[in-house]
Structure formats: structure tokens, C-alpha cells
Design a protein around this ligand. Structure first.
Ligand code: SF4
Ligand code: SF4
Ligand code: FES
Length: 433
């Protein structure tokens, strides 16, 4: 695992982590603008710059877009770092003087914003909207024109406007408040004579649902219920399966590339290390997550790893990874963004990297491939049985399953939490060889 030194303190960080996430997990603040937890970093704004010393001497690098590597020395507050951030803020202010976020950052860097037109442009050309539209909404209708400082993003092919789900993923990841999906939707609503399908129907979450809230989604009870159930913007709840290779088993997302088993934690092997995260069954039972603690993360080989999750309405739940071994590292993102497993359970929301003990007797099987899908299906059935879920109680319109407080009424949380830790009795017995 790479060891890096940040402002004189040395820390081991998971391979593949970004400098920004690791530095923040150490409690050191770094200003950012274009970085967003659900978007691959573009390094477009230059505000998060730090000084990185490697074999070829010190250089400035955008911390959100730089991966940690062994022996790296990072300094977050030097005259050259402060100068580079100020310069970046000046360039952003010239390009997007109408953005509140840009003006605030420029002021924090000590720049005079008065002479810049507050009614001017807002877009900084980061491309977050393009990536979200392609990878989160699965639509891919946002494109770009031009290069460098004059690159602009938008929907340039008007014939594809009808492919817009009006989901708002683009607005959600835009750091400058440039995109107003509600106004676009209101115009379409007027043009349609007041009959426009709801964004949740367009996203494939429900069926046959017309908008009844004038596309003011934040005031819509249905929209609100979905946010409460997941603790995330609805556009992030159902990612386009094709883009990620996911399938759906009994209404739950399933990543065929993972191993599964009791504990409801997926695992994936790479280079002798196993990456572990919550599966979609756990995600939906737990609901909005506010804290994740991986117990005894520093204490060497353990019989199993226990994870405590603070989840919906302040409840807590323990889930366990029943394989002996030692934790290599915990996802640094969890310290600043504990809800990442809710939005992206099989990718960015992973929990920890783990090195299994090859000499320990292996009495718990993990399932792969077809066996995993059979095991997962059994577990999905069991959750529905425990929660008494049938088509009438599913997701308002019956097309998408979400678990909310209504579904939990009359169910013992202890029983559900026990199910998460151990799996259903039948599946558990089958898993122990
Ligand atoms: S609202 Fe439309 S343009 Fe924006 S991400 Fe969703 S589908 Fe793409
Ligand atoms: S509209 Fe927003 S997200 Fe898209 S490029 Fe401009 S600033 Fe970035
Ligand atoms: S936040 Fe890192 S480049 Fe914008």
C-alpha cells in the first residue's frame, strides 16, 4: 500500500486513491470547485492544487485528479500553492463572473470581484454535466464544442432533446449552478399541454406517471419519498445498467463481476487484495447512511471484519465480512462522504480493501457467477417476505422497489439487521460448506 507524507505526517493510503480524498480524510482542508464525489475528476478548475514532490522534484498538481503513489510528499499550504490557487480563481472569475460559487472562491483567495459582471456567464467548462448525462443518466445527449478556455457544453443536437429524462443529474453535479432543468421541464410541460411524464417514469423507476407538480420536483411528495428512502438525488438511485454491466435480480441491482455471501457484502479480487462493499440488498434496507465505521481497521489479522453503519433514522446496523484476514485500508471517501455506498454501492462506495489469510481454514463459501445469482435471488425473496412487499406496496406505482419507513412499519429492526449480518437461514446453511 502506498505511503505518502502530507504536511509532515505520513499515512498509508489505498492504491488508486486520489490525493484529495486521502488529504481530507486526515482532516486537512483543501478548497475545490469542479470536484464531485460521483464524477471522475477532470482537473478543470485548478483550485485544489497542492505541491507534490517526486523523484523529479516538486511540482504543482490538482489533488482531485492525482493518484497517490508510494513515497509521495505533499504540501498543501506553501506560497506557490497559494499563488496557483489565486491565479486559477482569477481565470475562473474572468470566464464565469455570474457564478456565485466562483465569486465566493475568488473572494476567499483575496480577489476583488466588484469589477466583474455578476450577470455574466456561469459555466467553467468542467464537463461534469457531460459525464453525468452519459454515465449516471445513461442519456449522453450533452456534448461540447471548442477547446481549452473556450470549450462550452450543452445539448447541441436539438433532435435529441426528447432523450432528456429531465432527471437533473447534470444540474446536480454542476459546480456553478449553470443548469436549470426545472425551467427546461416547465417549457416542455407548457408545450405538451400540461401532460408530461414524470422524471421517474423517464428514468425507468415507475410506470405511467404524469407530472402533477408542474415539474417542481423538490415540492413533489413522490420525489421526496424517494430521496428519503435512499438519501440521494433520484437520478443517482437507478444507474443505467448497461453502462455498468449490472443486471437486476428480483428488483435489486446485481453486479455479476462480484462475489457474494452472508453479510451482504460484495467482494472483488485484484492483485491479491479483495475489495469489499455493501450489496444492493443491504443498501436498500439501510437507506440513507450517515456514518460507516470499519471496526479494528488497524489491528492485523481478524477472524471476520465487522462494520457498523449508522443508517436510516439514526438506526445502527452491523454487517460482517466472514473471511479471516487483515484490512489493508478503508475507503478514504467514507470520512467525508459516508453516503457514497448509497449512491454508488458497487464502485466508488466500496468500504475497505482486505488481504485474506491464505492459511486460515475456509469454512464460509463466497459465491460467484451463476451460484451467486441464485444465492442473491433467494436473499431478495427473503427480504420481500420479511417486509411483506408485494406489487401493491412497491414504490408508489409498483415499478421500482424502494424500502422506506412505511415498509419498515411492523418489522423488527433487529430481525432485519440480523438478516443483513447472517443472511437467510436457508442461504446461510448452504453457504457453510
Ligand atoms: S436532465 Fe437530461 S441532459 Fe441532464 S443529465 Fe438528465 S438526461 Fe442528461
Ligand atoms: S454547465 Fe456546469 S457542469 Fe457543465 S461544464 Fe459548465 S460548469 Fe461544468
Ligand atoms: S477541484 Fe480539483 S481541479 Fe477542480
Amino acid at each position: 500500500m502506498p505511503a505518502i507524507t502530507v504536511d509532515g505526517r505520513t499515512i498509508e493510503a489505498p492504491g488508486g486513491s486520489m490525493v484529495l480524498d486521502v488529504v481530507r480524510s486526515m482532516g486537512i482542508a483543501i478548497p475545490t470547485l469542479c470536484s464531485h464525489p460521483d464524477i471522475r475528476p477532470s482537473g478543470a478548475c485548478g483550485i485544489c492544487v497542492v505541491e507534490v514532490s517526486g523523484p523529479s522534484g516538486p511540482r504543482l498538481a490538482n489533488s482531485c485528479a492525482t493518484e497517490v503513489s508510494d513515497g509521495m510528499t505533499i504540501r498543501t499550504d506553501t506560497p506557490s500553492v497559494r499563488g496557483a490557487r489565486r491565479q486559477a480563481a482569477g481565470a475562473l472569475l474572468s470566464r464565469a463572473p455570474g457564478s456565485e460559487a466562483v465569486r465566493r472562491i475568488a473572494q476567499e483567495m483575496g480577489l476583488e470581484t466588484g469589477k466583474h459582471d455578476a450577470g455574466g456567464g456561469k459555466c467553467i467548462g468542467c464537463g461534469n454535466c457531460e459525464q453525468a448525462c452519459r454515465e449516471i443518466a445513461g442519456s449522453g445527449i450533452i456534448g461540447s464544442r471548442g477547446h481549452g478556455a473556450v470549450r462550452i457544453f450543452g445539448i447541441f443536437d436539438s433532435s435529441r432533446m426528447s432523450e432528456c429524462h429531465l432527471c437533473g443529474a447534470c444540474a446536480q453535479v454542476c459546480p456553478t449552478g449553470t443548469i436549470d432543468v426545472e425551467s427546461r421541464a416547465s417549457a416542455l410541460l407548457r408545450a405538451s399541454g400540461g401532460r408530461l411524464s414524470c422524471r421517474h417514469e423517464r428514468l425507468g423507476l415507475v410506470s405511467n406517471r404524469l407530472c402533477s407538480a408542474n415539474f417542481r420536483c423538490s415540492r413533489c411528495e413522490f420525489d421526496q419519498n424517494l430521496r428519503d428512502a435512499f438519501g440521494a438525488h433520484p437520478a443517482f438511485v437507478a444507474r443505467p445498467r448497461a453502462a455498468y454491466g449490472f443486471t437486476s435480480i428480483e428488483d435489486f441491482l446485481f453486479d455479476p463481476a462480484c462475489e457474494y455471501g452472508p453479510g451482504h457484502l460484495w467482494s472483488k479480487r485484484r492483485n491479491g487484495v479483495v475489495r469489499v462493499g455493501l450489496d444492493d440488498i443491504a443498501r436498500r434496507i439501510l437507506g440513507p447512511i450517515s456514518k460507516v465505521e470499519v471496526e479494528h481497521a488497524d489491528s492485523g489479522v481478524q477472524e471476520e471484519v465487522s462494520i457498523t453503519v449508522r443508517c436510516r433514522n439514526g438506526r445502527t446496523s452491523n454487517v460482517a465480512f466472514p473471511v479471516p484476514g487483515a484490512i489493508e485500508s478503508v475507503n478514504p471517501l467514507l470520512s467525508t462522504d459516508p453516503s457514497a455506498p448509497t449512491r454508488d454501492p458497487y464502485r466508488r462506495g466500496w468500504l475497505f480493501d482486505f488481504r485474506p489469510n491464505p492459511y486460515a481454514p475456509r469454512d464460509v463459501r463466497r459465491f460467484t457467477g451463476h451460484t451467486a445469482s441464485l444465492w442473491f435471488r433467494k436473499e431478495a425473496h427473503e427480504v420481500k417476505r420479511l417486509l411483506n412487499i408485494d406489487r401493491k406496496t412497491r414504490g408508489g406505482d409498483g415499478a421500482f422497489l424502494w424500502i422506506d419507513e412505511r415498509s419498515l412499519a411492523g418489522v423488527e429492526w433487529g430481525e432485519l439487521a440480523g438478516f443483513l449480518t447472517m443472511g437467510s437461514r436457508e442461504a446461510r446453511e448452504k453457504a457453510v460448506s
